[in-house]
Write a protein that binds this ligand. Structure first.
Ligand code: NI
Length: 140
């Protein structure tokens, strides 16, 4: 069943849009709209996947952020202390003059792992957050 297409206007930083255009060209999308539709679908799938994370999980949260953002480092530290009972370790890498990378490894209930990731994602100045999880003792 063909769905009606809705038209939306979106404002984007120039660098973000030109990087997006490069990628959709490399991947062979026929139009920017097609690339944006696909990106939105992936975004929805990712969040639906995140809300299905349950049971005991090992999680890895990767965060890239600007350490110039006022208050961000403190807020990130506060969240990590709050979830200290499930955080196994944290690795910090000073990527360049402006950016830091943090890799946080957690082990605990899926919903707590997810909540920790969502709290970090919501912080202003965070450029990228990725959560991957695996179940503990999963049979392969
Ligand atoms: Ni750093």
């Amino acid at each position: 069943m063909e769905q009606e297409l809705m038209r939306i206007g979106v404002s984007l930083p120039e660098k973000l849009l030109s990087r997006f255009d490069e990628i959709i060209t490399q991947r062979g999308y026929s139009s920017r709209s097609e690339g944006i539709r696909d990106a939105i679908r992936n975004y929805i799938i990712h969040y639906e996947w995140m809300s299905d994370v349950e049971g005991e999980r090992v999680g890895v949260i990767t965060i890239v952020y600007s350490h110039h953002q006022r208050g961000l480092v403190d807020n990130l530290t506060d969240i990590q202390h709050e979830f200290g009972n499930i955080i196994t370790s944290t690795l910090h890498v000073h990527l360049d003059k402006d950016n830091c990378l943090e890799v946080v490894i957690l082990r605990g209930e899926g919903k707590d792992v997810r909540r920790a990731a969502e709290r970090m994602m919501a912080l202003k100045g965070v450029k990228h957050v990725k959560l991957t999880t695996t179940s503990v003792g999963a049979e392969l």
